[in-house]
Ligand binder design. Structure first.
Ligand SMILES: Cc1ncc(COP(=O)(O)O)c(C=O)c1O
Length: 460
C-alpha cells in the first residue's frame, strides 16, 4: 500500500509504513534550500557540511528530511547512531533517566549511573586486569584526557600520532591529528612534543628506531603512541596484519603507553566490540565515543588501573562528563551491541563488501579499492572529484554516505541494517557509481548548481 500512495499521502504516513528511500521532492527540496540559507546566516562557517541534507526525524535506518523525503542512512551522523535511529530500548532508557535525574555533576558528586557505566566500559574494554574509566562528553575530550594522563603517568613529554590520523579539533587532539593540513592552518603553535609516524605497513615501524628514537626523541622520553586501529576520517585505512602487534611490542619494550582511539572504529562497528580485537592486541588505554551511546554525547577513557591511579584529586574532571542521560543511553547501547548487533555488523559487512567488489569489477577505472571490516567500509576512487560526485549522486538517489580521506567514500550505517537495507544501499551506490562513471560532467553540473561541491570538506 505504501508503494501506491501519492507522494503527498506518503509524507503524512508514519516512517515505518513508507518505502526506503522515498523521495517526494527534488533533492534538496524547497524547505531544505530555505533552511540552508538560514543556517548559513547564523552558524559558524567552520562547519564543513558534506551536502544539503536537513534531517528532522529518524527511525531505524531511515532519516526524514525537512521536506518529508526519506533517506536510507549509511552515514549514521558520522558513524554514531550504532543502534539505528530511535531504538525503543535506547529511547526508553533515556526517557526513564531524564524523568529521574537529568544532571548532577559526577565530578563533584557520586552519581550512581556514572560508576555503573565506568564499570560496564571496563568490562567490555579489550584489556585484562583491573581497569578504571573516566567519562567525558566528546571524542576530542577523551583524546585530551589520554594525552594528559599519559604525560602525568610516565613523566615523559613526547606523544606520537600517525600520518592520516584524526583525533578531533580541540588543541591537543588537533595537534595529534595529521589527516589534512587544513586542520592546522592558522592555529599554530600547536601543542609541542608531538611527532607523526607513518601508518599501516609492518615496514613502517622501522621509522621509530631509524627516525624517531635515533634522530628526534629518545625512546625513554616518549609517553604514548596514540593510534586509530583502523583510520577513520583519514580514509578508512586498515593496517597490515602484524602492524599493531609490532607496535605493541615496541611500546612494551620502551615503556611507552599504547593508546587506541576507537572513537570511530569501536562499539561493534567492525564486527567485533573493538577494531583492535581483530589483531588480539591489548592497549594500555582505550578511547571510545560516537557509537557507544547511540548519539548521546558521551566519551570514555578506559585505562589500566595502575595508570589512572597515578593522578590524584583535581587532576581532571568535567561538569557534564558522564551525564546520567548519556550514561543510560550507553548502558542500553552496550546491551544491544552484545545482544546481536556486533554479530550483525560482521555478517552485513561481508554482504556489503561482496556487492562493492562487484561494483569495483564493473568500474575498475573509477573504483580503485574496497576495504574495511564489518560496517566500517571505505571505497576509494580514482580521484577526489569522483568521490565527491558519487557522494552527491547517492544523496540524489536517497542514500546518505560520507566522504573521508582524499578520495574515499565511507559507508558506516547503523549496525541494525538488515539484509535488504544492505542490498538496497549497495544497489543505489552502484547506480551512483555508474552515473558518475558514465556522465561525470552532468553530475558535477547538478551538484555545482545546488552549491554542494565542497571537495574534501568533511570531517569527523
Ligand atoms: C577516531 C576519532 N577520534 C576522535 C574524534 C573526535 O571526536 P569528536 O568529534 O566527538 O570530538 C573523531 C571524530 O570523528 C574520530 O573519528
Amino acid at each position: 500500500m505504501a508503494q501506491s500512495a501519492s507522494s503527498l499521502d506518503r509524507a503524512s504516513m508514519p516512517i515505518a509504513d513508507r518505502p526506503l528511500p522515498d523521495l517526494i521532492t527534488e533533492i534538496p527540496g524547497p524547505k531544505a534550500r530555505e533552511h540552508v540559507k538560514f543556517d548559513e546566516e547564523w552558524t559558524s562557517p567552520s562547519l564543513p557540511r558534506a551536502y544539503p541534507i536537513v534531517p528532522v526525524r529518524g527511525l531505524g535506518m531511515a532519516i526524514e528530511d525537512i521536506d518529508g523525503n526519506l533517506f536510507l542512512d549509511f552515514a549514521a551522523g558520522i558513524a554514531v547512531n550504532s543502534t539505528g535511529h530511535g531504538h525503543p530500548a535506547v529511547v526508553g532508557a533515556i526517557k526513564e533517566q531524564a524523568a529521574d535525574l537529568i544532571h548532577y555533576s559526577a565530578s563533584d558528586f557520586y552519581l550512581p549511573i556514572y560508576a555503573q557505566t565506568a564499570a560496564a566500559m571496563a568490562r567490555i574494554a579489550p584489556m585484562s586486569g583491573k581497569l578504571r574509566t573516566y567519562l567525558g562528553n566528546s571524542g576530542a575530550e577523551a583524546v585530551e584526557v589520554a594525552m594528559k594522563l599519559a604525560r602525568h603517568y610516565t613523566g615523559r613529554p613526547y606523544i606520537v600520532g600517525f600520518l592520516g590520523g584524526f583525533h578531533g579539533r580541540t588543541y591537543g587532539a588537533v595537534s595529534l591529528t595529521a589527516s589534512k593540513a587544513k586542520y592546522h592552518a592558522g592555529f599554530n603553535p600547536l601543542l609541542p612534543g608531538i611527532y607523526h609516524a607513518p601508518f599501516g605497513k609492518v615496514e613502517d615501524l622501522k621509522w621509530f628506531d631509524d627516525v624517531l628514537f635515533n634522530r628526534l626523541a629518545p625512546a625513554n622520553e616518549v609517553a604514548a603512541v596514540v593510534i586509530e586501529p583502523i583510520q577513520g576520517e583519514g580514509g578508512y585505512i586498515v593496517p597490515e596484519d602484524g602492524f599493531l602487534q609490532g607496535l605493541r611490542e615496541l611500546c612494551t619494550k620502551h615503556g611507552i603507553l599504547l593508546v587506541v582511539d576507537e572513537i570511530q572504529s569501536g562499539a561493534g562497528r567492525t564486527g567485533k566490540m573493538w577494531a583492535i580485537d581483530h589483531w588480539d592486541v591489548e592497549p594500555d588505554i582505550l578511547l571510545a565515543a560516537k557509537g557507544i551511546a547511540s548519539g548521546m554525547p558521551l566519551s570514555a577513557m578506559v585505562a589500566r588501573a595502575e595508570i589512572m591511579e597515578h593522578w590524584g584529586i583535581g587532576a581532571h574532571g568535567s561538569t557534564y562528563g558522564g551525564n546520567p542521560v548519556a550514561c543510560a543511553a550507553a548502558l542500553a547501547t552496550i546491551e544491544l551491541l552484545e545482544g546481536g548487533l556486533i554479530d550483525n555488523a560482521a555478517v552485513r559487512g561481508e554482504q556489503a563488501m561482496a556487492g562493492l567488489r562487484t561494483i569495483m569489477g564493473r568500474f575498475p577505472k573509477s573504483v580503485l579499492d574496497v576495504r574495511g571490516k564489518g560496517l566500517m567500509i571505505g571505497i576509494e576512487f580514482a580521484d577526489p572529484k569522483l568521490a565527491e560526485e558519487v557522494q552527491w549522486a547517492c544523496f540524489q538517489r536517497g542514500l546518505l554516505v560520507l566522504e573521508c580521506g582524499k578520495q574515499t567514500v565511507r559507508l558506516c550505517p547503523p549496525l541494525v541494517a538488515s539484509a535488504s537495507d544492505i542490498d538496497t544501499g549497495i544497489r543505489i551506490f552502484g547506480e551512483a557509481v555508474e552515473a558518475v562513471a558514465t556522465h561525470p560532467s552532468e553530475i558535477a553540473r547538478q551538484a555545482a548548481a545546488a552549491g554542494a561541491m565542497h571537495e574534501g570538506e568533511v570531517a569527523g
